[in-house]
Design a protein around this ligand. Sequence first.
Ligand SMILES: *Cc1c(COP(=O)(O)O)cnc(C)c1O
Length: 389
Amino acid sequence: MRPSTRAVHVTASTPPNSRPVSVPIFQTSNFAFDDPDALAEALESPDSGFVYTRYGNPTIRALEEQMSRLEGGVAAVCTASGMGAISAVLLSTLRSGDHVIAQNCLYGGTFAMLNDLAARFGVDVTYVAGDDPAEVAAAVRPTTRMLYLETIANPVTRVVDLPAFLAAGREAGLLTVVDNTFATPMLCRPIEYGADVVLHSATKYLGGHSDVTGGVLVFADDARYRQVWHHAMELGAAPDPFAAWLTIRGIQTLALRMRRHCANAAELAGRLAAHPAVGSVRWPGHADHPDREIARGHLSDFGGVLAFDLLGGRSAGHAFTKGVRLVKLAASLGGVETTVVHPASSTHRQLDAEGLLAAGIGEGTVRLSVGIEDVEDLWEDLVAALPAV
Ligand SMILES: *Cc1c(COP(=O)(O)O)cnc(C)c1O
């Protein structure tokens, strides 16, 4: 072969007696075949061999199997972001005229997507408070197809009675979908309570190091998996193999990180609640959290996100997020480092006082995503930024 041909044709050898301990990164978009019939077959289904990375890839499949085993599902589909997972499941299972019942505190992007579907595709949505599972039966119509919930809802850490809501959804014959991003499979596995689809923004705790954007859908049954796989492939939702690899690596330490996130959050929740500048603390494990007893029923711990209200209101919240040094002012969460936002002046700035109230957010509410640092260093940083009283 001439040099220009030799430069192009590179084949990785897979030595028969050596097995890599880490999952190799199959950074390839395309797969070669000996037989055209085998190629044709691989284009038809997710389990007839790899043909093209938008359909499937060995590194991405390793992440899918890792997540499917963790959540107790039968199969998973990975996507390039959490919103990719959410849009793939909504677009592949809903059609115009369908009706969705969803919890009223949801990730902002999910709200936007549902409202878009309503406006442009004629999918109706009813938002329920999440206080009583009877809300599901009361909202059901002949056209209702889906019940959409979050395990722990942002930013006020609302916890619905997931087993009871899932039972009510199944009773009504609905497809039940749970965004389990905040809890992770280390604290709760919704499929055990009857969820049909569990999804994650892998960008948060699964990746865990603020270095990857990704999403995952895990399915309780094979037919649903195949249906969504087909549409996700058409939508072009697939992640890059390297992003999948970073996520696999993150998940390997998820159990250790979650234990520390939760322990640090418990400690900070207690100390913040006792501070004179703080009105109330919202963390599902905190003694006066309204959903604490419900959360104890199906969560093995209470997560790394907490919110607290500064008595000084909007200006105090704004000043606090400017005053922290070690803790970073950043919109996202779930990384090893602690981050903070003041929703009223940043992520939820489009809402007026009434809108904020409806979302359970006060003018002085601050949300912390508690990292895995030494809790004494975190406390010193928070105390220094809290208003002197
Ligand atoms: C971040 C987030 C999403 C969206 O995930 P992206 O990876 O940003 O697309 C969805 N749900 C929840 C609960 C999130 O926190």
